[in-house]
Write a protein that binds this ligand. Structure first.
Ligand code: NDP
Length: 271
């Protein structure tokens, strides 16, 4: 039986997630691309977001609105598009592709989950209403936590035949680290990313016997991103000023995530 790795990438419709999807698919991995709605996954296309290098490489996209946590976690099926052989829209379970793509000759396994979906805040904490607060926490933290748990269960189920150490890579932010400049207007966003960092560290210890790598990567500012453009112009200027030397491109972040995945996958404890 031939084994094929699958990457599940959230926030894959735009920005950094799109760059990660392009990188992983152009390295030959089959990919499942997640974004918030039917509309946004309809923009995920072969050629622009997803590449095909070999005949056994398959791709799918899924629409899940993470702001609707915990309700989305209780849905067994989500609207999605399978790209090969033709584009077919249907309802799929999160990891259904591992079974439906597999055959007696080919087996697909979950090699990496990249939690990249994220939203920022647009007002100071005091002016942020509780619904906006819940959205930030549900997308940036709680949905990542649920996806980590779901992925770990799947990775453990398949561990007997999986030839590498699987990875969970969470995208934090420099604003959620201790070394970050303190930026007014990013309080809830920074808190969600700081919590994601700490969660990943403790989770990694909780599952240390399972041979799964869990880590958070904390990029600096991506000046051209939609996320930065949605911020108040004063905050944009402050961010550019304080992070000038720490700016980075989406493609560079994608190649850093790829390197992390490769290093982790080679460090399997038991074969
Ligand atoms: P973008 O705003 O360009 O893209 C955000 C992505 O998250 C989109 O794919 C979007 O999907 C998805 N998303 C947003 N809301 C939801 C939701 N409710 N449910 C499901 N998916 C959702 O962001 P970036 O590419 O700039 O950022 C990606 C990650 O990197 C984020 O976690 C961000 O915090 C982090 N980061 C960004 C930096 C920057 O400078 N831009 C710097 C450091 C970290 P849809 O198209 O459906 O809305």
């Amino acid at each position: 039986t031939k084994l094929f790795p699958v990457a599940v990438v959230t926030g894959a419709s735009r920005g950094i997630g799109k760059a990660i999807l392009k990188k992983f698919s152009s390295e030959g991995l089959s990919c499942v691309a997640l974004a918030s709605s039917k509309q946004s996954i309809s923009n995920i296309k072969l050629g622009s977001h997803l590449h095909i290098l070999h005949e056994n490489q398959r791709h799918r996209s899924l629409a899940i609105d993470f702001s609707d946590w915990p309700r989305w976690t209780q849905s067994k099926k989500h609207y999605g598009i399978d790209y090969q052989p033709d584009c077919v829209a249907s309802e799929f379970g999160l990891f259904d592709m591992l079974r439906s793509w597999s055959s007696s000759e080919n087996k697909y396994y979950l090699a990496v989950l990249v939690n990249c979906a994220g939203i920022t805040q647009t007002t100071l904490s005091m002016r942020t209403d509780p619904i906006a607060m819940a959205r930030i926490m549900n997308v940036n933290l709680m949905s990542c936590v649920s996806l980590c748990n779901m992925a770990i269960k799947q990775m453990v189920r398949d561990r007997k035949f999986v030839p590498i150490k699987p990875s969970i890579i969470n995208i934090g932010s420099i604003l959620g680290t201790e070394s970050s400049p303190i930026m007014p207007g990013t309080s809830l966003y920074a808190a969600s990313k700081a919590a994601l960092n700490q969660y990943s560290k403790v989770l990694s210890k909780e599952i240390c016997g399972l041979d799964i790598a869990v880590e958070t990567v904390n990029p600096g500012l991506v000046p051209e991103s939609d996320m930065i453009k949605t911020l108040d112009t004063k905050i944009q200027d402050q961010l550019r000023h304080s992070m000038g030397p720490g700016t980075i491109s989406s493609d560079k972040i994608a190649s850093i995530i790829w390197d992390h995945y490769q290093i982790n996958s080679r460090s399997r404890d038991v074969f």
